[in-house]
Write a protein that binds this ligand. Structure first.
Ligand code: NAD
Ligand code: TYD
Length: 377
């Protein structure tokens, strides 16, 4: 039996990780610690909430005493830490909350784990603190066409596999941190604290940095679920700048599988980058989403293209993210299981089939947020 805290388990990625662990490991006790901010939603976990190996605790990770109490009560021996403020646009408006949750909250988790594990006779033996981070800590990559070929061009990863890319450089684990947004600056800081706890106290830590996730249960302030919902309701699709920014997209269940593998088999003190070698310009992804929604809703494919509305760019908008996940593929044999086209089809169908989930979110405070976000654009 292992007692594992998963923080942020009521959020987008966290809910997939909780579901995977609760179903796959009936001998583990999974303790989901989540404050239920606007982004936390217990409806994401309806299908597993009654399982005997699952416990939900509503708590703020910044509340050190409460977190300490959870470690003691449940004799916790593993942590998978996902709780964070996660949306770049919100971080531009309210950086304090990001520093508080992402930095101080992570520190509070680390210190509680340290004090509890150090108090046990076996100390660090059999323990693991796994911190989930983002590729955004590395900053932005340039769009290049080194051979004069119009990107995307086919390139070969160090794993030997071919894929499309918009530039010749990629985020590798040894790259220096250069965060640009308050969100990524706070995540970078939390990554440093996690490594410092390993280097200073010998805590068994692991950090992974993943690219943009997409899939079911993502809060509709992020590009893909927001646009699916807007297309359905024939509302404008606010494309920042020229829509030329590039992101590397990974289906959320593939991220959850990577987390499972790394939690169990990853080497202590290592960093692994997780990504799909799947770069897309925003505008191209938006067109795929429009065509897919239109087709599934029985509309003429592409008839909603005129919803595309170019708006003022995001401040400090990172141009390109592209992960090199060769290390993870080579050392632990992980690979994304889904082609992007399959993943998008699955995702669009899920949001259209789960209208009640979406309506439940968009009927509350959401409207105020949405209006304030786009009021000045
Ligand atoms: P999310 O915003 O959907 O969920 C965050 C969860 O954390 C919510 O359930 C929220 O209630 C909870 N939370 C927030 N503040 C808390 C606090 N103080 N105490 C306890 N719980 C709190 O985020 P997500 O997209 O699922 O991201 C999860 C993690 O993965 C984050 O650490 C994020 O930086 C990282 N990440 C996300 C992506 C992505 O594309 N979404 C990519 C790479 C890494
Ligand atoms: P987002 O989903 O917020 O993820 P991140 O900023 O972490 O990459 O945005 C993905 C891309 O889509 C990013 O380049 C910003 C852009 N974007 C828009 O053009 N319009 C929108 O309404 C949103 C939310 C994002």
């Amino acid at each position: 039996m292992r007692n594992i805290i998963i923080t942020g388990g009521a959020g987008f990625i966290g809910s997939h990780v909780v579901r995977l662990f609760v179903n796959k490991y009936p001998d583990y006790h999974i303790i989901n610690v989540d404050k239920l901010t606007y982004a936390g939603n217990l409806a994401n976990l309806k299908d597993i909430e009654d399982k005997p190996n699952y416990t939900f605790v509503k708590a703020d990770i910044c509340d050190f005493e409460t977190i300490m109490g959870i470690f003691r009560k449940h004799n916790v021996d593993g942590v998978i830490h996902l709780a964070a403020e996660s949306h770049v646009d919100r971080s531009i408006k309210d950086p304090f909350t990001f520093a508080q949750t992402n930095v101080m909250g992570t520190l509070s988790m680390l210190q509680a784990a340290k004090l509890y594990w150090e108090s046990l006779p076996e100390k660090w033996e059999g323990k693991r603190f796994y911190h989930i981070s983002t590729d955004e800590v590395y900053g932005a990559l340039e769009m290049t066409d080194p051979d004069g070929i119009e990107p995307p061009f086919t390139t070969k990863a160090s794993s030997g596999k071919h894929h499309l890319a918009y530039g010749s450089k990629f985020f590798t684990e040894d790259l220096k941190y250069q965060p640009h947004s308050p969100y990524s600056a706070a995540k970078a800081s939390s990554d440093h604290f996690v490594r410092a706890f390993h280097d200073t106290y010998g805590m068994p830590t692991i950090v992974t940095n993943c690219s943009n996730n997409y899939g079911p249960y993502q809060f509709p302030e992020k590009l893909i679920p927001l646009f699916i919902n807007n297309i359905r309701h024939r509302k404008p699709l606010p494309v920042y700048g020229k829509g030329e920014n590039v992101r590397d997209w990974l289906f959320v269940e593939d991220h959850a599988r990577a987390i499972d593998l790394i939690f169990h088999k990853g080497t202590i003190a290592e960093t692994y980058n997780i990504g799909g070698f799947n770069e897309w310009k925003n505008i191209d992804i938006i067109k795929v989403v429009i065509n897919t929604v239109d087709r599934i809703l029985g509309r003429k494919e592409g008839e909603d293209m005129d919803l595309i509305t170019y708006v003022t760019d995001r401040a400090g908008h990172d141009m390109r993210y592209a992960i090199d996940s060769t290390k993870l593929q080579r050392e632990l044999g992980w690979e994304p299981s889904l082609q992007f086209e399959e993943g998008i089809e699955k995702t669009v169908r899920w949001y259209l089939d789960n209208q009640a989930w979406m309506d439940n979110i968009t009927s509350g405070e959401y409207e105020k947020y949405y209006e304030s976000m786009y009021a000045n654009r």
